[in-house]
Design a binder for this molecule. Sequence first.
Ligand SMILES: NC(=O)c1ccc[n+]([C@@H]2O[C@H](COP(=O)([O-])OP(=O)(O)OC[C@H]3O[C@@H](n4cnc5c(N)ncnc54)[C@H](O)[C@@H]3O)[C@@H](O)[C@H]2O)c1
Length: 504
Amino acid sequence: MNVLGVVGAGTMGAGIAQLGAAAGFRTLLHDPVPEALERGAESARRGLAKWVEKGRIKEEAASFLEPVSGLDDLSPCELVIEAAPERADLKRDLFGALSMVCGDEVVLATNTSSIPVTSLASAAARPENVVGMHFFNPPPLMPLLEIIRADQTGAPAMELAEQVGRAMGKEVIVAADGPGFLVNRCGRPFNGEGLRLLQERVATHEQIDRICRLGGGFRMGPFELMDLVGIDVGFEVAKSFEELSFGEPRWRPNPIQARMVAAGRLGRKTGRGYYGYAEDGSYRQDDPEPPSASPTPLALALLGDGPLAAGLRDRARTAGHELREGGPAELVVDAGVLPAERVPGRAPLVALCASSSLAARGETGAVGFHLVPPLDEARLVELTRLPTTQRFACEAAEGLFAGLGFATGWVEDAPGLVLGRIVSQLVNEAAFAIGEGVGSPADVDTGLTLGLSHPRGPVAWSEAIGLDHVLAVLDALWDERHEERYRAAPLLRRSVALGRGLRE
Ligand SMILES: NC(=O)c1ccc[n+]([C@@H]2O[C@H](COP(=O)([O-])OP(=O)(O)OC[C@H]3O[C@@H](n4cnc5c(N)ncnc54)[C@H](O)[C@@H]3O)[C@@H](O)[C@H]2O)c1
């Protein structure tokens, strides 16, 4: 490949043109608006100059970039990537026109984030030469490129897109066409389940965000993220998912989004979203460091199998607690996915809320807890109680986890509490996507870590937590809510039944 065309010189197009020139392609950048073309070309040149300064590319790269004012000037291109406004009619017209200008052999790529590539491909003279090349913003910095195979796309077009993406230095993943492709689809539950938790008042938006940061290692929680992206933008995306899927219950927009938009609280850009923004952009306090481990040694019965129970047992032993297999204990922690048999006694019970909520478990005096392995990265334990739970049990649970070095946060009762529920839905969506052939397990994880900056991908989460734990949370939500959005993906259920992971 020698000559690349980029159409639309806005935020994305300018960045893609910079990547093209840096990769050594003769790069023709076109925009019908002369000022936009000038601005985009200038931005790409500035980016290239910075890379030359850093020694990343040779000085000659800047000469590979050529702004062109007419669409006809793109005739020598072998690949054209369009980054024009997100309107299907406009993009279809462009593909029709580019087919005429560039001839039969040209590969036409779209950077759309939400329009089905299949519907754009049918506007080109050769639909088999159309492919999605979904760059992330800002293209020069984000390491990921998601290549989308429309129903009509042929192997040569896929190969060319992959080859060009790699030459631009991107980690390339491949997705089948469909709502949100692979990355935005698999990332949806982060916001979607966050909104559900807020709607049910399981926790406030500040609490949910803090739990995601401290408990899950996410850089931001869903509400600070929605504020950053724009609540109106997120609402439009949610509506498009619902429409394209003919009403898939997991992807239904949330009435909270509609109310926020109606109120004009769109996030950072309006100074007010879920958070209020000060002049300097600040909106919340920094997270305090979790307490340093300082346990008062206890006789502890720590029940259950699985990675969570094993991890807690290790922590408790290191902290100097005495672990009792049977017989009386001062505190009983049931960390198993399913409730364990226990020796009757008067010690308070601290029970994992995975296969049921605390209320549905029927232990009226107990405290519920949840945390998501790997434990060496989790810094917060969520706790919940019933109106009948006594204070000494609450204090015992708080004291235990603080003594093990965890921050604690009280939330309302639900299977999986906050983070367990969000992560279970992330794993579930990934299992649906993999099972439906949208992408491979490895690409799902690469996509979410590199494209959305998640601390680990859903497949890696499922391995850290255990698929049985994830399925237990989903089935409990299904049992207690009777909502279709909590139905487990067929691949997930099958994997648990066969004792396999999502990669196998
Ligand atoms: N901004 C993002 O975060 C992001 C991320 C991924 C994908 N995308 C997608 O990339 C595309 C471009 O987004 P953007 O943020 O760069 O938009 P933008 O508004 O910054 O740029 C669009 C450019 O297209 C030009 N344009 C207008 N009419 C045109 C036409 N008929 N033909 C060619 N160009 C035309 C405009 O002058 C403008 O310079 C959209 O499809 C968007 O969904 C955006």
